[in-house]
Design a protein around this ligand. Structure first.
Ligand SMILES: [Zn+2]
Length: 486
């Protein structure tokens, strides 16, 4: 849901894990391993197929829980590569799990493939939709799914050759941009037996994500009143819209009395039908975010009181229904160091003069500085501070199993996200280079995790320390996922 150039935890995590805050010492280089070289070679060998998968998903551009063709091409490819594929998991026809190997450790990787509505765009540096009004991959998830699957295939080949022992698993996770498909997969217990989960996200830079993401809750507040003629007998009416307006006024006043890290945004979905009828129905859709879910919980309690009070003031009734939400990302510093080492081993991403030209045209078209593309690996930042704006359901996974996460450049520096430039780059070589880089880094890191039980143990210890005393409860209502009706 939500945007994501992921950014991960910080001050909070530092307080929780003082022993893990490192000194200024240079991070350790990647551990050499012939299996890593073989994994990177596998990604290179499968590159045309992975690019083809990414291009197909890019062209399908299917939104949350409608990713039928996108999930099918990825699941079919996994099956063709020898994975056992379970489709339609957790009540979502477009969710699947692909598994190869036996026994432990179980190392998993996440893939996303949902698009965003209204962002259709050709793979060119000037704004022009492929199909006017249609969805597009403005968050680069077409690359996300294909690259993660490429990494899983590389590891699968090493297990098949007897070079690694254990299980590799790819999670096809739908509906990240709305609904939060992973929350339903967590509720189903699908991550219970996993040792470590890896994930990445397209970005305008390449870095191990040591900064958290924001926690958020997504809810709908509805008001029900009594209709009447707005001029003839308004005294008989009770306006649901009045209730809504008092509520949003209260919400906006609350902004003064929350921490600076809080974000509140809403859209009015229903404000009645016509001015000459007192509206008996009104509806507002709200998101509240902060750096920690515990703060979000407190804010939600305040908002619930506001909904009740607003309804009382207007003489109407209100209901508040939580629809979805995310926890903040739990950063695993031991894991991020491992990722960083492997990024340095694989990188930097090299671009051609044509690609830089494409990027600069994009930057010119969007009115940002023409810096071009940055393929360098950003130095590991051990103290990144509060999360930037944005949330992800990957964060919910991180409270159930250790998650290691990287961002990889797939678009020019400063690109507006959830926007046409990201979709443009995702359908051409700039995005494909990010895909290949991400697949190699994730595959190499998985090799480390298979080969080094002590590293897995260190990651697990950090995860246990971070989650100690907390009980995870995802922001989803009871019942099945909200599948689209059409
Ligand atoms: Zn995204």
């Amino acid at each position: 849901m939500i945007h994501r150039r992921s950014a991960f935890l910080s001050a909070v995590c530092l307080l929780m894990l003082p022993a893990l805050v490192s000194s200024a010492a240079a991070p350790a280089p990647a551990r050499p391993s012939p299996n890593k070289a073989a994994a990177a070679a596998s990604v290179e060998r499968h590159r045309p197929e992975l690019v083809d998968l990414a291009n197909q998903v890019w062209a399908f551009a299917e939104t949350a829980l409608r990713e039928k063709r996108s999930s099918k091409v990825l699941a079919d490819y996994a099956e063709a590569q020898g994975f056992k594929v379970e489709r339609g998991v957790a009540g979502m026809p477009t969710a699947f799990v692909a598994t190869y190997g036996e026994g432990t450790p179980i190392i998993a990787i996440l893939g996303e493939y949902d698009a965003l509505p209204g962002i259709s765009q050709k793979a060119q540096p000037t704004k022009e939709p492929l199909q006017a009004g249609a969805p597009g991959h403005g968050c680069g998830h077409n690359l996300f799914g294909a690259a993660s699957l490429g990494a899983a295939v590389a590891v699968k080949e090493l297990i098949a050759a007897g070079k690694l022992h254990g299980t590799v698993r790819f999670y096809g996770t739908p509906a990240e941009e709305s609904v939060g498909g992973k929350l339903y997969m967590i509720r189903e217990g699908l991550f219970k037996d996993v040792d470590v989960v890896l994930a990445w996200h397209p970005s305008d830079e390449t870095k191990a994500d040591t900064q958290s993401s924001q926690a958020m809750v997504d809810f709908m507040v509805e008001f029900r009143g009594r209709t009447a003629h707005a001029a003839f007998d308004p005294w008989n009416g009770r306006s649901a819209l009045d209730g809504l307006e008092i509520f949003t006024h209260a919400l906006n006043m609350m902004r003064e009395h929350v921490r600076p890290s809080v974000r509140i945004h809403y859209v009015i979905k229903d404000g009645g039908d016509v001015p000459n009828v007192v509206p008996d129905h009104a509806k507002v859709w709200v998101w509240v975010r902060d750096s920690k879910h515990t703060s979000v919980d407190e804010l939600l309690e305040r908002v619930k009181q506001m909904a009740l009070g607003s309804a009382m003031a207007a003489g109407v009734e209100s209901t508040l229904r939580v629809q979805s939400g995310d926890y903040e990302m739990l950063v695993n510093r031991a894991g991020e160091r491992l990722l960083h080492a492997n990024m340095t081993w694989v990188g930097p991403i090299q671009y051609t003069a044509e690609e830089q030209e494409f990027a600069k045209t994009l930057q010119k078209e969007t009115g940002i500085e023409q810096k071009g593309l940055n393929g360098a690996v950003t130095p590991l930042n051990e103290n990144p501070g509060d999360p930037e704006g944005g949330s992800t359901d990957v964060a919910d996974v991180s409270w159930n199993v250790p998650v290691l996460h990287v961002s990889v450049a797939t678009a020019p520096t400063g690109s507006p996200w959830h926007a046409w430039p990201v979709a443009a780059c995702g359908g051409m070589s700039i995005g494909h280079k990010g895909l290949t880089f991400a697949a190699k880094v994730l595959a190499a890191t998985m090799v480390d995790l298979f080969e080094q039980p002590e590293k897995r143990a260190e990651i697990r210890r950090e995860f246990e320390a971070s989650t100690q005393g907390s009980v995870y409860k995802g922001y989803i209502p009871d019942g099945p996922p909200p599948l689209p009706k059409d």
